[in-house]
Design a protein around this ligand. Sequence first.
Ligand code: UD1
Length: 422
Amino acid sequence: MERFLVEGGRRLSGRVRVRGAKNSALKLMAASLLAQGEHRIGDVPNIADITTMRAVLERLGCTVESRADGEHIGVPAEPGLEAPYELVRQMRASIVVLGPLLARRGRARVAMPGGCNIGSRKIDLHLKGLERMGATIGFDHGYLDATGSLRGTDIALDWPSHGATENLMMAATLAKGATTIENAARDPEIVDLAEYLTKMGAKISGAGTQTIVIDGVDGLHAASHDTVPDRLEAGTYLIAAATAGGDVLIERARADHLDIVLSKLADAGAEVDETLDGIRLKMSERPKPVDFVTLPYPGFPTDLQPQMMVLCALASGTSIATENVFENRFMFVDELVRMGADIRTEGHHAVIRGVHELQAAPVRAPDIRAGAALVIAALAAQGTTEVTGLANIDRGYEALEDGLGALGAQIVREAAAPARAS
Ligand code: UD1
């Protein structure tokens, strides 16, 4: 058990470089299952979820070696068929091995996923899509058991699910004939995955738009690819600086992937500039209130909603946040209220009345992004805040204390004090 001790009340300044995107690297690693040989994936962040995906691939008979230029993944002629519960329960994104394995082997067994505790995260769209492509899917003692040889078809998603788009796109690369995915997710990580699959020999058009067309091919080959920079890590640093005040340069941050976030930060009073190196943000005043609504990309990302709520909590007026992507994503609000925030939630809306200051209090990170939000709150609060639940933060951020530390934040990681007997 570890904790952060975060010293509040300092402005942030300096520069920090963002790593490759977690939400892309995980899928790139899963996609390697589609072809035998040695793949290289660069800029993979060193985080707990990647360690879990490494273990999933190793369990499927792959070798995974971390070298200076990235992860080298050796995929055998016949990868295994089963992703076990003890791994899948640690990370729900493990479900993305289902499409590649089924496409490659004609069978896959994947435990029903667990993962972040932010609402009932369904996988029906993944399964319906695969069934439309000819798979038969059964449930057996907590496992999904999928069999069948896949053929191209038209799939219209009820909702532009990030994971379902990726799973189906990967499955379709080796299907017989063409697959069209309508109402596909348009996130930069989908484009990154399509680029990697194309390097492997797949025929894909339209990634990044609502309609993706995949012409199935007979076989793919190993490839080499660098992961797209993490827009969520970049957004976290930018919101931290806009909340605590300061002048920062976030290297490798892509402004074209953060359009709406940057415009909301500008509305809050930040000066935001795209430079050759990344994004520079200066904030010298108390944030102004901003209303925002989470939506699938290019809408405001749900994964930056908790961080943005902290900015709003310190704003000079009332903001309204609406969460449309996940239920239960306001669970961390109680922790923020314990630090002095004035927030009322009603269903998927939150009314945030800005207060002059937050106060240090012991808080616990309930999931990856809410954990980052509590660290931001701590940076802006009076006093030294203890943040526990670091395992949740470490799932998605590689040493967040070092990233924010490069911007002058004072965050110490240490063993948590043992609970006192009452
Ligand atoms: C991915 C990201 C996550 C991000 C989310 C939305 C990874 C590892 N995680 O998660 O960080 O917050 O995109 O941008 O990339 N849904 C269904 N049926 C399905 C699939 C999804 O109803 O079959 C619902 C979910 O319950 C949720 C919403 O759709 O309410 C969004 O889910 P989805 O876009 O699939 O997110 P993930 O791919 O799980």
